[in-house]
Design a protein around this ligand. Sequence first.
Ligand SMILES: Cc1cc2nc3c(=O)[nH]c(=O)nc-3n(C[C@H](O)[C@H](O)[C@H](O)COP(=O)(O)O)c2cc1C
Ligand code: SF4
Ligand code: SF4
Ligand code: SF4
Ligand code: FES
Length: 619
Amino acid sequence: MRLETPNKLEELRKSILEKQDPNKQKILVCGGTGCISNGSLEVAKAFEAELKSQKLKAEVEVKITGCHGFCERGPLVVFLPQSIFYERVDLKGVPDILKETLISGVPHDKYLYRMTKKDDPITKEEDIPFYKNQLRWVLRHNGKIDPTSIDEYIAQGGYSALAKALNGLSPERIVDEIDKAGLRGRGGGGFSTARKWRSVKDADGGPDNIRYVICNGDEGDPGAFMDRSLMEGDPHSVIEGMIIGAYAIGSNKGYIYVRMEYPLAVKHLDLAIKSARDYGLLGENILGSGFSFDIEINRGGGAFVCGESSALMASIMGRAGEPRAKYVHSSEKGLNDLPTNLNNVETWANVPLIINRGADWFAAVGTEKSKGTKVFSLVGSVNNVGLVEVPMGLSLREIIYGIGGGIPGGKKFKAVQTGGPSGGCIPEAHLDAPVDFDELTKLGSMMGSGGMIVMDEKTCMVDVAKYFINFLVDESCGKCTPCREGLRQLLIVLTRITEGKGKEGDIELLKDIGDCMTWGSLCALGGSASNPVISTIKYFRDEYEAHIKEKRCPAGVCQDLITFSIIEGDCIGCGRCLKVCPSSAITGENKKPHVIDEKLCIRCRACYEVCPVDAVMIE
Ligand SMILES: Cc1cc2nc3c(=O)[nH]c(=O)nc-3n(C[C@H](O)[C@H](O)[C@H](O)COP(=O)(O)O)c2cc1C
Ligand code: SF4
Ligand code: SF4
Ligand code: SF4
Ligand code: FES
């Protein structure tokens, strides 16, 4: 069915809403990649089967949604309208959850959320600290609607921003509104979206006046899943943002570049594009406005560098994903040497919100130069791992402790790494810093696309720097010398420091190499790659010195610098360490103190991990 006018869209919305019963019992089962891998689709089937056998199928709807954000606790199931939140639901639990929630009217205690096993359960989703302290604007539909249904998106007001734009806002007015809102790109450098749109709009589109828009869904940062969850859980919001942007810029052709490892995102985007076409929201003469635009999906091979703008465009054109020098701007000569506008998934998803609610509404949240919200994937040593959306300017402490629930096992916070593999590590002294584009840069890190990795006292900061540099060595495309060789040299120096072979002057050498890469690299991969090294030297220089001068790893991580022993007075002789030791380095009789033979020990940490009384000591 084609919607010929904006009024037809409104009529469709009304008719969908009329058919919906807001009080109908719903069971929302998370169908995001994380929960699917934990068996959520089987759980959904089990609910359906149980409802059938209880003859409740007509009264209860089971809906598979996108990611709810709290992936660590998946599979997640939410009962509406009660808003009862169940975590780690398995097949065994389905009959009792159903019986107790729907028949007895009492939530089934066993699967309710508890921060730790000792805590009291929290029943309602909105009372869980992880959700309570967020501001979910971009993620508003994630976990609430079925992402494979365009009607559900439309029922929530979907495509009304597009109708508003095509029905009365000039392209200039749209760019002005985005400008007034202060929207900055969510994919990397925080560049002004309106400024970018204007340059593409004003650029020479050649004899056929062609411009392209692209959505960057490459998301190569290890541990990041913000964009994946949006593409999987609310694909229409990204598509709607792209259509509005294309109208504002004067483009008739768009691409969504998605990495190969995201099959569910591709499936949902593909379906969303097809259903938007069926309704006449994509294709020729959208909503009868005379404006035509269509979108194609392009799949990336999974190389981190392909997220960089010029490499991404080369990849779409079938060339090797290598960046090019930036004196040629892609806003003038991008894809096929024509003006091209690239924005990140989250940037596009913000556009319908701004057009619908207005620039002032959007700009009322955030800091002076960073407006709106930001989605982060909060991972690492934090109690509540997941996808969080917060107003710009919230402090790192509020995110890590207020939403993330702090550090597990009573350990001490050590640092948080933001901005992906070439971001920096921020220490405890700056936990109260407001999180926005400029503050993170001032601290020697960056916003990047929203990765946030929390580290506790058991983390060695030299080892962390080595980990990220190792990742980047593999991901550098090798086109320019400062990045290709600089990364290798950084890795050589960091490796020798962690092996206890560090030399006097190595810290200065690392800084020199880093400087050379920052100034001499062709693209931002090399330009920012030394951040993990420079920021850890800045904030944790004593750890580097302990490794180099004292041949000691204070966090007890670097294998060549540590020894394992058992504290005689603490050992209860349970024998667990002896059983797991892969090199038979441990001896001891039952209920008597055990001993480690240092010569046989290969420093695998297994004994340390299993000891129930912390009797294994690392020095
Ligand atoms: C090595 C490298 C990888 C990048 N990866 C991504 C990515 O996965 N997703 C993304 O949106 N931007 C990525 N960027 C940033 C893009 O080049 C570009 O700035 C961004 O997509 C622009 O969109 P925005 O203005 O909406 O942020 C990367 C940049 C570099 C240098
Ligand atoms: S900086 Fe690194 S990734 Fe970028 S072009 Fe040079 S070698 Fe390739
Ligand atoms: S660290 Fe590994 S090898 Fe060494 S004693 Fe413990 S379990 Fe055995
Ligand atoms: S696991 Fe711990 S308590 Fe048990 S024998 Fe080993 S050192 Fe002793
Ligand atoms: S995948 Fe289920 S909560 Fe994220």
